[in-house]
Design a protein. Structure first.
Length: 243
């Protein structure tokens, strides 16, 4: 099953030909509610002898189906007793999704998106990470490039505008299709601005300054590592000077 969503199926169905194919004209695959073919629903078109592949389109609801059953058909009739195969639904959701915003400005994001691989990761070949407007993945915008299996982190560049996004979401992707339902995480914007900035000039010469700067720390200091102070020019297009 290369559809990585729970309760959905999709992928290639393959088999080996019977020893005697003299009178076989087609193979026909079905989804069925038991190994005998009860409640069956045909998959794809009949497959001519010489080919051993049928395709189940992704996002097929698993519903009450428990088996794939394969029948041979002659020019006269379809086989009565099929060959059954138990269905195993692949559900490849990433785990322990974490994002800590290290961009300290209001409405700006930046930092590492980190996750653990799915428990069932055999069919996954890559991950895709998006900013989304809902937990379901609506209004999404991809962050960076696809990440191959084995790399479980993606950097969100600083000064990424948060609006209109509310979540970060990670999707798995198989050889067939991208997962429909992602793992979402609500975004929390870190805002760490100082307040009450003051400066007492103790240099008594004209056009010269010297003294101590004072400020009150931000309420949220969890991601603050240090403070940087600059002299800012009157002209906003001129670079300031780091103190």
């Amino acid at each position: 099953d290369d559809d990585l969503d729970a309760d959905e199926l999709g992928g290639n169905i393959t088999w080996k030909a019977p020893f005697d194919t003299d009178y076989v004209t087609y193979y026909i695959a079905y989804l069925a509610e038991d190994s005998a073919g009860r409640g069956r629903s045909q998959i794809d078109s009949p497959v001519e002898v010489g080919s051993h592949l049928a395709f189940l389109a992704p996002e097929q609801p698993e519903a009450n189906y428990t088996h794939i059953v394969l029948y041979t058909r002659s020019a006269l009739a379809e086989q009565t007793t099929p060959v059954p195969f138990n269905i195993t639904d692949t559900n490849a959701l990433v785990r322990n999704l974490v994002f800590v915003d290290k961009d300290l400005d209001f409405d700006d994001l930046g930092g590492a998106v980190v996750w653990l691989p799915p428990v069932d990761n055999v069919r996954t070949i890559r991950y895709l990470v998006y900013l989304t407007t809902t937990a379901a993945g609506d209004g999404r915008s991809q962050i960076g490039l696809d990440r191959p299996v084995g790399i479980d982190v993606l950097r969100l560049e600083p000064e990424t505008t948060r609006q209109p996004f509310d979540h970060v979401a990670v999707y798995t992707h198989s050889l067939l299709v991208e997962q429909t339902t992602p793992v979402p995480l609500s975004l929390s914007d870190t805002i760490s601005s100082v307040s009450g900035v003051d400066f007492l000039d103790l240099d008594l010469d004209g056009n010269q300054i010297g003294g101590t700067f004072f400020w009150s720390p931000p309420d949220d200091q969890g991601q603050v590592t240090h403070y940087e102070v600059y002299l800012a020019p009157v002209d906003p297009d001129t670079a300031g000077r780091h103190l």
